[in-house]
Design a protein around this ligand. Structure first.
Ligand SMILES: [Zn+2]
Length: 602
C-alpha cells in the first residue's frame, strides 16, 4: 500500500517519522524537522520542506549527511552492505556490471575525489528521468565534477541527495510523474534529429530548415495530432502550428465569432551542440496539457494555439526570432536573399523545404492580436538561479533588452617577424582590447552583460600579423535605456580603439530587442499556478531572449521558467531537467488554463 499525503498529515509525530523512514541516509532529523510544517498541501510542498531544513542546517550537519552516504565506488557496493534503496538504485544504474578497467577507473576517480573534497561523491544515479543513468554518464559526471570548486561541489552533493530523496519519496507515495515522464521522453525522441557534422559526434544541432530541422517539424506534427489537436500544419516559415478548438462541449466551436485563442509555444531549432530542452519544453508542456484535456473529452471556452517556432537562435541565418517575428509581421524581406555559410539563400532553403518562399505567404502569417487572449511561454531557465535556490519553477518579471552586432576589424596582414610592434595594424589585438573594455563596462552596471562570443582571424596563420578579425557583440540589460547606454559606450570605445590603432571597422546590427516586462495580469496567473502546486513563488527577470519578447510587441505575455540541472547550464549538451520538474510545469500550465476557463466562462 502506498502512503497518502492525508495519512502523513494526520499521523502522530512518531508514526509520521516512521512513515518517512529511510529518505535521507541515516539522518531522520531532516524528516523530523520538516514534519513540524505539517499539513503539507502537496508532495512538492513536503519535498521543499525537507530541502529547506537542510539548507538551514550548519555546514557540519550538511557534511555529516554527505559522509553518511556510502561511496558510489567503494567496497560497500561490492559487499552489499547498503540500505535496500541504495542497492536498488545502483543495480539499475549498472555500476555492478563494470569491466575490470571501468572498475579500476572508478576507484581511481574516487580516490582523487576524496583527496580533493574530503567527502564521498554523491550522485542520484537514477537520474533526471528516474530510470537510471548509463555507466558512461556516471563516469563522465564523476570526471567533470572533480573540477568543481569545493563549496560548489558540496552544494551539488546536497542537490543530488535531495534528488535521491525525491525518488524515494515518489516510490513511498506510489507517485509517478506520468506526464512529466512523457514530456521528458518526447524531448529525448526529438533529439535524435541533428544536423550533419554534429549528428555523427552525438551532438544536437538543429538549424533552420535543414533536413534534421524538417524531420523535427514532421515529428511535431505527428505528436500534436496524437495529442488530439484539431488542426496541425506547417506554416510558410516552417513553424509547426497546432490548434485545439474551444468548447464548452466536446464538439469544437469555430474560431472567431467571439471565441478567443490563447497563444503559446517556443522554438525547436537549437544552437550548435546545444541542449535538448531549450525551446522544446515550451512546445511540449502545452501539448501535454492539450493531450490531458483531449483524453478527458474536455474543451475550454477559448481555443489553444501551440506554435513550435522554426527559428529563434539565429544560427544558420542572421534572422533571430524569424519564427515568432512572422506572427507579429516582422519578417524582414531582405532575409530571403541572405546566404548561409554554404551560400544557400534563405529563399532557396525555403523552396527546398517545400515552402512558398513568397513575401505574400509570409505576410499572411501575421496574427490579429484582437483574436488572442495573450501569449504565455514556458522555458528552461538557462541559468543557475533556480537550481541554486532548490526551486523547481520561477515566474518571469521581464525579459532583458538586447542588441547584437557582427563586426569586422580590418588592419594590415604583415610578416610577424619583420613588422616592428609600433608599425603594426593588428586587427585581433584591437578586438582583444575591446573585449576587456566590454567586460569591465558591463560589470560596472551590475546587471548588464556583454559578450564577444565569436572571434576569428579569417585565413590567419602563425607567422602573420592578423589583418582581419571578425567578431560578434551581444549586449543585454534589464531596460532599454540601460542597454542603450551600454551600447553607446562600448561602440564608442570600439571606434576609439580602431582609430588609435589605424584599424578599419565594419559593424552590422543583426538583432535589437526591447525589454519585455511581463503583463501584470498574466504574471499573476503564473504566480497563482505556482502557489497552487505548494512550491514557493520566486520572481525573476530573464537574462536570455525568448520568443515571448517578439509576441510582447503585439499582445500581453508572461513566462514561466523551469529549473535546469548542472547549475542551469544551457546552450550546452549538459542542459538537463527532471521529469518531476516537468510534471510540476505541466500542472502549472494546466492550472493557468483552468484560471482562464473560469475567467472566460460563456
Ligand atoms: Zn530558447
Amino acid at each position: 500500500m502506498s502512503l497518502t499525503l492525508q495519512q502523513l498529515n494526520s499521523a502522530d509525530p512518531a508514526e509520521a517519522l516512521r512513515l518517512l523512514d529511510g529518505l535521507y541516509e541515516h539522518s531522520p532529523w531532516i524528516a523530523e524537522q520538516a514534519l513540524t510544517q505539517r499539513p503539507f498541501a502537496s508532495l512538492a510542498a513536503l519535498k521543499h520542506a525537507m530541502v529547506t531544513v537542510l539548507a538551514h542546517a550548519s555546514v557540519n550537519a550538511q557534511l555529516a549527511l554527505i559522509r553518511a552516504h556510502p561511496e558510489l565506488a567503494g567496497k560497500a557496493m561490492v559487499s552489499q552492505s547498503l540500505t535496500a534503496e541504495s542497492t536498488h538504485e545502483q543495480t539499475r544504474a549498472g555500476l555492478t556490471n563494470c569491466t575490470p578497467e571501468e572498475f579500476a577507473h572508478i576507484q581511481q576517480l574516487n580516490a582523487q575525489y576524496n583527496t580533493r573534497f574530503g567527502f564521498p561523491f554523491i550522485l542520484a544515479v537514477r537520474g533526471p528521468r528516474g530510470m537510471g543513468l548509463a555507466k558512461r554518464e556516471i563516469i563522465a559526471t564523476f570526471e567533470r565534477r572533480l573540477g568543481n570548486p569545493v563549496d560548489f561541489e558540496r552544494a551539488e552533493c546536497l542537490r543530488n541527495i535531495h534528488r535521491i530523496a525525491e525518488i524515494r519519496l515518489n516510490d513511498k507515495f506510489g507517485f509517478e510523474p506520468v506526464l512529466g515522464n512523457e514530456v521528458w521522453d518526447w524531448h529525448e525522441d526529438l533529439a535524435r534529429h541533428s544536423d550533419p557534422g554534429f549528428a555523427e559526434q552525438g551532438q544536437l544541432t538543429v538549424t533552420y530548415l535543414t533536413d534534421a530541422h524538417r524531420a523535427c517539424a514532421a515529428d511535431l506534427v505527428v505528436r500534436m495530432r496524437e495529442c488530439g489537436f484539431d488542426e496541425v500544419n506547417i506554416d510558410a516559415v516552417g513553424n509547426v502550428v497546432g490548434h485545439y478548438h474551444a468548447g464548452p462541449h466536446p464538439n469544437p466551436l469555430p474560431e472567431g465569432e467571439g471565441v478567443k485563442t490563447l497563444l503559446t509555444g517556443s522554438h525547436f531549432d537549437t544552437v550548435r551542440n546545444g541542449g535538448k530542452y531549450d525551446g522544446r519544453l515550451g512546445i511540449f508542456v502545452p501539448m501535454a496539457c492539450v493531450k490531458r484535456l483531449h483524453a478527458a473529452g474536455r474543451r475550454l471556452p477559448f481555443a489553444i494555439e501551440v506554435v513550435g517556432f522554426a527559428e529563434e537562435e539565429g544560427q544558420r541565418y542572421k534572422a533571430t526570432f524569424l519564427g515568432s517575428g512572422a506572427l507579429t509581421g516582422h519578417f524582414n524581406p531582405a532575409w530571403l536573399d541572405q546566404q548561409d555559410a554554404d551560400g544557400v539563400t534563405m529563399r532557396a532553403a525555403m523552396q527546398h523545404a517545400g515552402l512558398p518562399a513568397t513575401l505574400e505567404a509570409i505576410g499572411a502569417l501575421r496574427r490579429d492580436p484582437s483574436n488572442y487572449l495573450g501569449f504565455v511561454e514556458v522555458h528552461i531557465e538557462q541559468g543557475p538561479v533556480l537550481n541554486e535556490m532548490d526551486l523547481p519553477l520561477g515566474v518571469v518579471t521581464s525579459i532583458n533588452a538586447s542588441v547584437r552586432y557582427l563586426c569586422e576589424a580590418i588592419g594590415m596582414a604583415s610578416h610577424a617577424g619583420t613588422t616592428p610592434m609600433n608599425r603594426r595594424r593588428d586587427a585581433a589585438s584591437a578586438v582583444a582590447e575591446l573585449a576587456l573594455h566590454a567586460e569591465q563596462r558591463a560589470a560596472a552596471d551590475g546587471d548588464s552583460v556583454a559578450t564577444i562570443g565569436m572571434l576569428q582571424v579569417p585565413g590567419g596563420s602563425i607567422n602573420v600579423v592578423p589583418g582581419r578579425c571578425v567578431f560578434s557583440l551581444d549586449l543585454r540589460a534589464p531596460s532599454n535605456a540601460q542597454r542603450d547606454a551600454l551600447e553607446r559606450d562600448i561602440l564608442g570605445q570600439l571606434r576609439a580603439i580602431c582609430e588609435r590603432r589605424g584599424i578599419g571597422l565594419k559593424t552590422e546590427e543583426t538583432m535589437r530587442a526591447a525589454a519585455a516586462p511581463s503583463a501584470p495580469a498574466w504574471q499573476a496567473r503564473w504566480e497563482r499556478a505556482v502557489a497552487a502546486l505548494g512550491v514557493p513563488l520566486h520572481r525573476m527577470p530573464s537574462g536570455a531572449g525568448h520568443d515571448a519578447m517578439k509576441l510582447h510587441e503585439v499582445m500581453p505575455q508572461a513566462m514561466l521558467f523551469v529549473r535546469g540541472l548542472n547549475s542551469g547550464i544551457s546552450h550546452n549538451p549538459l542542459e538537463s531537467t527532471t521529469s518531476d520538474d516537468m510534471e510540476l510545469c505541466v500542472n502549472a500550465f494546466s492550472h493557468l488554463l483552468e484560471q482562464l476557463a473560469t475567467e472566460h466562462k460563456h
